[in-house]
Ligand binder design. Structure first.
Ligand SMILES: Cc1ncc(COP(=O)(O)O)c(C=O)c1O
Length: 360
């Protein structure tokens, strides 16, 4: 039986990638803000209709440099329900993550709990649009303005998500994207920071590239540049995005129709143009989740416990209880969802889930 993995990277037709590689060979520029890099940056910026978008080596450095760009120090209020990079970026920047529990309906940070966690040392909120589901951006914006906090959204999953008619990346002081090969849109490895002022843009460009121009050194910088070859993959994938998004919607709807109602899902707020980045299901108990994962693996179907563990339980953070996030991390599982998932494979997944859940 062919194994079915939780995801499989979309690769554009080889001839299309080769055509972009030919341009790289033609220019003989492999990195340092080359022509393909510039074109990808501008194409994405226009697609999202945002003021500034800068490509990065990956989505983790994108968060780190966004924190630095905004001068974030001290305590950062953040979500415990995300990939570990959200928390580790805060720690690498020498800041302290302060975990605030999630709203179990959306799996995003619960804005009603944020104010109680703010102290004089708090300088920012870093929240994740988890699975591409928008955080309550309006409530977060109100709280941030009231307390003079910066807001960064980890939008690693939120490529092409819109909220009330505009890109979700337009909210907050900055948003970060991951273009890792497991993401909807990818550049093999890669990422980006979206931000809104010329001043931030100037700071970010220094941060991304060693902090100097020629012999003039201005600030402590990092090497977070994207290469031309990575940008070439992005340019080759981009023309396929609309079709890929449509296909994922169709696959998601097939799961909705095929799966038992006991498998609930995080809810997507109204006003969202969703991207179907993942297909998470929430089981009624940790025992059933465990039985499901084991049962699927036994049938060569490999789901992922996105997201586990709840990040407040990491061994290197200051632990505070986050009951909803911990509970969610015990009960959630992402089913295989990717472009090119054959119908018969999806039917196998549906039948296997039904078999295990109905037996329980
Ligand atoms: C929510 C979230 N944030 C950050 C990252 C880190 O991105 P990257 O792998 O591109 O560094 C990921 C995925 O890897 C992610 O899922």
């Amino acid at each position: 039986m062919d194994p079915i993995y939780v995801t499989k990277t979309f690769l554009p037709p080889r001839a299309e990638f080769d055509a972009w590689l030919d341009r790289v060979y033609g220019s003989h520029v492999l990195t340092n803000n080359g022509p393909v890099h510039k074109e990808l940056e501008e194409t994405l910026r226009t697609r999202f209709n945002v003021a500034h978008l800068r490509l990065m080596t990956n989505g983790t450095l994108a968060i780190q440099l966004a924190l630095r760009m905004l001068g974030v120090k001290g305590k950062v209020i953040t979500t415990p329900f995300s990939y570990v990079a959200t928390t580790s970026a805060i720690l690498w920047e020498g800041c302290e993550p302060v975990f605030v529990d999630i709203d179990p309906r959306t799996c995003c940070i619960d804005p009603d709990l944020i104010e109680a966690a703010i102290t004089p040392d708090t300088t920012a909120i870093l929240a994740t649009h988890v699975y591409g589901i928008p955080c309550d951006v309006e409530a977060i914006d109100r709280i941030a303005k009231k307390h003079g906090l910066k807001v960064i959204y980890d939008a690693a999953h939120a490529f092409d998500v819109t909220y009330k008619g505009k890109s979700i990346l337009a909210f907050g002081d900055a948003s970060t994207l991951s273009f890792h090969a497991t993401k909807l849109f990818h550049t093999v490895e890669g990422g980006a920071v979206v931000h809104h002022t010329d001043e931030d843009d100037k700071a970010l460009r220094f941060l991304r590239s060693f902090g100097h121009i020629g012999d003039e050194h201005y600030t402590l910088g990092m090497n977070a540049k994207m290469s031309e070859v990575h940008a070439a993959m992005g340019m080759a994938v981009l023309p396929h995005m609309d079709a890929l998004l449509k296909e994922r919607e169709t696959l998601s709807l097939r799961y909705v129709e095929g799966l038992p109602s006991i498998c609930t899902r995080p809810s997507v707020p109204s006003g969202t143009g969703y991207n179907h980045a993942y297909y998470p299901i929430i089981l009624p108990s940790a025992d059933l989740r465990s039985a499901l994962v084991e049962g699927l693996v036994a049938q060569s179907i490999v789901p992922r416990r996105y997201f586990y563990p709840s990040l407040n339980k990491l061994p290197y953070v200051h632990a505070v209880p986050c009951a909803h996030s911990e509970d969610m991390a015990e009960r959630v599982v992402c089913l295989p969802l990717y472009n090119g998932l054959p119908r018969e494979h999806q039917d196998r997944v549906i039948a296997a889930v039904r078999g295990i859940v109905d037996r329980a």
